[in-house]
Design a binder for this molecule. Structure first.
Ligand code: ZN
Length: 269
């Protein structure tokens, strides 16, 4: 599933492509893509003022409100014409008055589009941005220590921190030397500082590499990200740790496949 760096990459490729375009109509080709198709009527004849990311969501900001898009597992957005193999999976098309079209292609059809009259209202349900000014080491320490939850599910909780998913949480916890089932209130200050640094660096590097392509993440004109070559633990179950030669374990934490080096990652409980 696309996480913050992948969604950021999509947003950056869309910005020069569709900012300023007037929406003529939206054609929904798979009904479930939009919860309330009537609500999308309001977007017609409005220009896209800006394209931005909030957590794992893409916002197309209009004069009155925003179109919110969640790619989920396999959603893709592009303005070139879909080829024959892609066409059956296009679930929605934005037609612009310039003649350009924005296609939402979604093989597994879990992706969703909806309209919100107030994007700050939508944003209120999400935690802070890990690359934004609110997310400091001190913020993380205070918030982790005031809860009593396993660290991995807590970092995946979008109301706690917005944008992280399974891949980058496993990587960040490995870099910080924290075992994923550690309890948040038992983790000392030093490893929390390391975790804060690891999250920011990881996301920055992954954006630089235009995301991680594990299954089928693609953006823009069929381009792929390359951060998968820099992954340390994710997808490396049964292989040697790159730091200590122990074998990377694959276990289940909060119903998610989780990768951990039992020697490098300390369990705080
Ligand atoms: Zn190790």
């Amino acid at each position: 599933m696309p996480e913050l760096p992948e969604v950021e990459t999509v947003v950056r490729s869309l910005q020069p492509d569709i900012t300023g375009e007037f929406i003529k109509k939206v054609v929904i080709q798979w009904p479930k893509t939009v919860a309330d198709p009537q609500s999308l009527k309001i977007v017609e004849n409005q220009p896209i003022r800006s394209v931005e990311r909030r957590g794992k969501f893409i916002l197309l900001n209009l004069d009155s409100g925003s179109i919110v898009i969640h790619l989920r597992m396999t959603g893709r957005l592009y303005t070139h014409a879909p080829d024959e193999t892609q066409a059956p999976y296009v679930t929605a098309v934005f037609h612009f008055s310039s003649g350009k079209r924005l296609h939402f292609q979604d093989t597994r059809k879990f992706g969703r589009i909806y309209f919100t009259p107030d994007s700050s209202d939508f944003s209120r349900h999400l935690g802070p941005e890990p690359l934004g000014p609110v997310f400091t080491a001190q913020w993380l320490k205070t918030r982790l220590n005031s809860r009593q939850r396993q660290i991995k599910p807590l970092l995946l909780d979008q109301t706690f921190l917005a944008g992280l998913g399974n891949i980058y949480v496993d990587e960040a916890l490995y870099l910080a030397g924290i075992h994923p089932v550690s309890l948040s209130h038992k983790i000392p200050g030093k490893p929390i500082q390391k975790l804060h640094r690891a999250i920011r660096k990881l996301l920055g590097d992954a954006i630089e590499a235009q995301g991680t392509t594990i299954i089928n993440f693609q953006h823009g004109d069929n381009r792929s990200g390359s951060f998968q070559h820099q992954l340390q633990v994710y997808g490396r179950g049964g292989k040697h740790c790159k730091k200590c030669e122990a074998l990377i374990l694959k276990m289940t934490v909060g119903q998610r496949g989780t990768h951990v080096c039992p020697a490098c990652q300390v369990l705080y409980n």
